[in-house]
Design a protein around this ligand. Structure first.
Ligand code: SF4
Ligand code: SF4
Length: 171
């Protein structure tokens, strides 16, 4: 296995962990999208997907190329989806939200708005989530700059955030 493939494997492992973290946090759908939908039932809500972020922020790097190739194999190339009727400039946004369940770009995977970060701090006492820092960490996992012990520590800190949310919910 090449190191690019290993980097992508680590990235996809982190994506699984972060998806679990966001699902335990449960903010975007229940407190943003659904609330907006209840307020304006006939207007489509796109949350923060207001640009083609997967194009805008992805780096020129072989591991990003591999991530993109696998994403396109699963969900189609952006240009093939360009004619799909949608409410966001992003080709991967459907009327029901983002169709990319795995292989998201680092920025799409890590982004949290101010309101959601405040809620995470208030409800769960998690202050360590800094989306710009997480975005860089995910980029560096792909490029191989965050590896070995540092990768292990980052992974462990994400698992601890999940535990923290579960403990608060159970209390
Ligand atoms: S990050 Fe913020 S704006 Fe984006 S969907 Fe979640 S709550 Fe809504
Ligand atoms: S790929 Fe998904 S998360 Fe990223 S901007 Fe497009 S719809 Fe939003």
């Amino acid at each position: 296995m090449s190191s690019i493939e290993e980097n992508l494997e680590k990235y996809l492992d982190m994506e699984r962990i972060l998806n679990l973290f966001f699902s335990e946090f449960d903010y975007c759908l229940s407190r943003c999208i659904m609330e907006e939908h209840r307020r304006l039932p006939s207007a489509p809500c796109i949350g923060c997907c207001k640009d083609r972020y997967h194009v805008k922020y992805d780096l020129d790097d072989p591991a990003f190329d591999l991530l993109r190739k696998e994403r396109e194999a699963l969900y189609g190339k952006p240009e093939e989806r360009a004619r799909v009727r949608r409410v966001s400039p992003c080709e991967y946004h459907s009327n029901f939200g983002c169709i990319v369940e795995t292989h998201k770009s680092p920025i799409c995977l890590s982004f949290m708005c101010r309101e959601s970060i405040d809620d995470m701090r208030e409800r769960f006492g998690i202050f360590e989530y800094d989306y710009i820092g997480f975005n860089y960490a995910l980029e560096w996992i792909l490029t191989g700059d965050l590896a070995g012990e540092a990768y292990g520590e980052f992974r462990e800190s994400c698992l601890l955030m999940i535990e923290k949310i579960r403990e608060k919910k159970a209390a």
